[in-house]
Design a protein around this ligand. Structure first.
Ligand code: SF4
Ligand code: SF4
Length: 350
């Protein structure tokens, strides 16, 4: 199979040894979404790893928002319902950051924006890492590829909050009914009720664990989304550096440039692909693979009937048309600056 050949040519046997616990990091898709990577592809990768004598497992970290993957029970259930059952993929699903997203390893990176990264413990503990990213548009980073899959996707809840905001979530006062559940749940005593019976978060006490976001029955607590998109992308690149810190020689990156949906697989739906399927690319360089994937998508004819149809020519930047205010190149530029990889690449077709 070409996918297995691609992995072998990408250096699979250089990064994986017999008895290695190998984390296959992917996004299982929110319930209702259908654009995520097909489980049958994952099975072929698992079987190849097993033939080397490795012990692969499928993993992702819990989400910040209270969707269908916000705790490990819901997350595993969603993964199975989306087809990632053992009987299909031949490997177990192990959520990287524990039952409620509180199981992480603090990884020192001493970068400009991230000094310590909070990465899902099971990913840090794995012997090798294979990133399987569904390449697509993304409403915060322009596109989502390997850097997004690793930097944001491997971060525990505290790490995701750190990237999305300056740690503290915010209370939407109109939705808060003053039930006090978040006050009782916050183990850092960072939430109190005001005289108006509304929750108030003390950012000096808050450690950014994000638990209150899940706890609030009214969805009244949320991340401070998109306060600074440029900073967000830079933090994501620095987090990727942290994820790979103990795995630079034990990591391989694969982008599935298929069903290139305009937005993240975190939505419970997906719009029509913006271009036809291009294929699958693999690399040992997490920056080069994303640059090559962007270029491949931008070189395509826009798909008829998609949301960019008639708004962009072949060869033009489709991601800037999708998200005019977001400069996706920031993540690649910063990643290159901090030594994560290079934006230069050479494509070899199989
Ligand atoms: S749990 Fe939600 S509704 Fe209840 S006090 Fe906290 S923020 Fe308000
Ligand atoms: S994020 Fe964690 S520490 Fe901060 S207020 Fe919410 S529950 Fe408390």
């Amino acid at each position: 199979m070409k996918l297995v050949e691609l992995l072998d040519r990408g250096g699979l046997e250089d990064i994986v040894s017999s008895r290695d616990l190998v984390a296959l990091k992917l996004h299982f898709g929110e319930k209702g979404n259908t654009a995520f990577i097909r489980p049958v592809f994952v099975r072929h990768i698992v079987n190849r790893l097993r033939s080397i004598g490795a012990l692969p497992f499928l993993t992702d970290a819990n989400t910040l928002y209270a969707g269908t993957r916000g705790n490990s029970v819901s997350h595993v259930t969603t993964a199975i319902e989306n087809g990632f059952a053992y009987a299909v993929v031949n490997a177990p699903v192990i959520i990287a950051d524990g039952l409620r997203g509180g199981s992480y390893t603090a990884v020192p990176v001493t970068q400009r924006h991230v000094k310590t990264a909070y990465v899902g413990k099971e990913i840090v503990d794995a012997d090798a890492l294979i990133s399987l990213a569904h390449f697509k548009g993304h409403e915060l980073s322009g596109f989502g590829g390997t850097i997004k899959n690793l930097g944001m996707g491997c971060a525990a809840r505290k790490g995701k909050l750190q990237q999305h905001s300056d740690l503290s979530p915010k209370v939407k006062l109109k939705k808060c009914v003053g039930c006090g559940e978040c006050v009782a749940h916050c183990s850092h005593e960072a939430i109190s009720l005001s005289d108006e019976n509304k929750a108030v978060i003390n950012s000096k006490k808050c450690v950014g664990c994000g638990e209150c976001i899940l706890i609030c029955p009214n969805g009244a607590i949320d991340v401070q989304w998109g306060r600074d998109i440029s900073l967000f992308q830079k933090k994501m690149a620095e987090y990727t550096l942290a994820v790979l810190k103990n795995k630079r020689e034990k990591a391989l990156f694969v982008n599935f440039i298929t069903q290139v949906s305009p937005a993240c697989d975190c939505y419970g739906h997906n719009d029509a692909a913006i271009v036809g399927d291009i294929g699958i690319v693999a690399s040992r360089d997490p920056v080069a693979i994303d640059q090559a994937s962007v270029d491949l998508v931008n070189g395509q004819v826009p798909a008829e009937g998609s949301c960019i149809s008639g708004r962009v020519e072949t060869g033009q930047d489709k991601f800037r048309v999708l998200y005019p205010k977001i400069d996706w190149s920031i993540q690649l530029d910063h990643a290159e600056k901090i030594g994560l990889g290079t934006r230069k690449y050479q494509l070899v077709s199989l």
